[in-house]
Structure formats: structure tokens, C-alpha cells
Design a binder for this molecule. Structure first.
Ligand code: SIN
Length: 281
């Protein structure tokens, strides 16, 4: 039976109904993967996966990605608990700047799976932007210029030792900054998505810290433009979490941000990432 995906905006993101992610057969899994690539963000409600079920489902999509800087669950080294306690108020908000997961790696993750365990009564939404739609909205002369460029991705302003103090105050998550965050990877600004073969803008302001072969001023103004352009509401889907939701996104064609507007409420989600490949033109 074909899996039906109901669009959630006129641009990208869709919800699929009637799926049990724990007991997917091979045909359903292949269809789901195709839908993940096509819609870029897929919402599957009513799942309540435990960590071993999330891990098992994730591993059917591919080997788990390497998880730097963030302590994972003891028994499940591929699972991160994304948690902020009710009393932590303005404590550091994990994922609180627009980013694509671990884009500073040589082979950044292909997909991320986030499942909701405990959600605030209101707030704590996650916003996603389609980098395919943002790319398609540019005029060809601009696209031709961007196709020539490489971006410098680094975790230095998130996880280098100077950032350690920012990560204190979280009781449910342990983030360990180290010097390796000062390393960088160069990725094309406009790679071709390895599964859809579409061009995408591979940019996020959290980890893209420079553009190759530009002066500082040139790079800063291009990055400011790309950030403003790609985070325009017209390329966005905003997910309002319910316990039991599983949201799967394609890191190669989206960026996202977690909102920090739920002081007084607890929020816990579990995250797994699937290994990807080096972005290529
Ligand atoms: C993340 O950036 O992976 C976490 C997103 C969220 O907590 O909504």
C-alpha cells in the first residue's frame, strides 16, 4: 500500500498517518525514505518510541552518525537526550541557533530523527527552513555566483573551550567543549543532494563561519544575506510538538532552530542522526 503524505505547507514538510515505525516492512521503509527526501521534513505522530526502538528504527535508515561534544545515553551511545528542565528557565537552549546538524563534520549526517517524550504545554516549537526552496527562489545570476563558492564550516563558536561556560546550567544534558571544535571543513555552498540530485543551498549561520576566497567584509555580507534569505518565513515549517511525535528531517536540504519560549515547563526529546556523506557539487 502506498504511504500517503499530507503536505503541511505549500512549500515542504508533510505528515504521514497510520505508520508504526517499530514494525515497518522493507517496502514501507523504502517508501518512507523517498518521502523523507521529497518532503524534507516528515511528521509521524503517536509513536512513543523508547530509546532501543528509536535506535533500531534509525539503524534501518543507515549507520548512526558520530556524535561529538554532547554526552549520549549510557546504554545507547547513538541517542542524545535533548532536555531542559522546568526550572532551568533561560539556561542554554540546545539547537537554539539556525543550523544543520553537525555540518562542520567531513561527512555530516543525512537525516535526524527527533522523538518527543515530554513537551511543554506551549512553546518549544522547532522551525525548519527548506534550503531547496530558498535556492530555487534565487535568480540565476546569483545562483551562478554561489555555485562557484565553498563555505568554511566550524563548531568553534558552539563547542570550543571558550563556549564551555554557556553550556553550564543544564542538568539534563552534558556538553563537553574541546579544541577539536576549532577545526574546520570546507563544503561547497551549493552541493547536489545525493539522493534527489537537486541543487541545495548548504548554509547555516551557526556553523558556516567564512566563505573561501573572500575578504572578511565580503564573506560577512554574503553570510548575512544568506541567513536572512534562507530563514524567511516563506521557506518555513514550524512544528508544534505533541508527546509521541517523531519528526524526521533531511539535514542535506534543511536547517532548523529550537525556540526557547517555554520557561516553567519541561521539554525532553530524543535525537538520533544517520551518517551521511561529504557534500559534493
Ligand atoms: C536539534 O537541534 O537537534 C534539537 C532541535 C529541538 O530541540 O527542537
Amino acid at each position: 500500500m502506498p504511504i500517503e503524505a499530507q503536505p503541511l505547507t505549500g512549500v515542504f514538510a508533510a505528515e504521514v498517518h497510520g505508520l508504526d515505525l517499530v514494525n515497518l516492512d522493507g517496502d514501507d521503509l523504502a517508501q518512507l525514505r523517498a518521502l523523507m527526501c521529497e518532503h524534507e521534513v516528515l511528521v509521524v505522530r503517536g509513536q512513543t518510541l523508547d530509546p532501543s526502538q528509536q535506535s533500531a528504527f534509525s539503524s534501518r535508515l543507515g549507520p548512526c552518525g558520530e556524535v561529538p561534544f554532547i554526552a549520549t545515553m549510557d546504554e545507547f551511545p547513538e541517542v542524545i537526550r535533548v532536555v531542559k528542565e522546568a526550572e532551568e528557565g533561560a539556561a542554554f537552549n540546545f539547537g537554539g541557533a539556525w543550523h544543520s546538524d553537525f555540518s562542520f563534520q567531513a561527512e555530516p549526517p543525512s537525516f535526524t530523527i527527533l522523538s518527543a517524550v515530554d513537551v511543554p504545554a506551549w512553546g518549544g516549537d522547532t522551525c525548519f527552513a527548506s534550503m531547496t526552496a530558498a535556492w530555487n527562489a534565487l535568480h540565476e545570476p546569483m545562483r551562478e555566483r554561489l555555485r562557484q563558492l565553498n563555505a568554511v564550516h566550524s563548531a568553534r563558536d558552539a563547542y570550543s573551550p571558550k563556549m564551555q561556560a554557556l553550556h553550564t546550567g543544564m542538568s539534563g544534558m552534558q556538553i563537553v567543549c574541546d579544541e577539536s571544535a576549532n577545526e574546520y571543513e570546507i563544503h561547497p555552498l551549493v552541493p547536489v543532494h545525493p539522493e534527489t540530485r537537486k541543487e541545495v543551498l548548504y548554509f547555516n549561520r551557526a556553523y558556516v563561519r567564512d566563505i573561501e576566497n573572500m575578504t572578511n567584509d565580503e564573506a560577512e555580507s554574503l553570510m548575512a544575506f544568506l541567513h536572512l534569505h534562507t530563514t524567511d518565513v516563506k521557506f518555513m515549517y514550524r512544528h508544534r510538538w505533541q508527546a509521541g511525535d517523531v519528526v524526521i528531517w533531511d539535514n542535506r536540504s534543511t536547517q532548523h532552530v529550537a525556540l526557547n519560549d517555554y520557561a516553567g515547563f519541561r521539554r525532553e526529546l530524543r535525537r538520533t542522526t544517520i551518517a551521511g556523506e561529504s557534500p559534493k557539487r
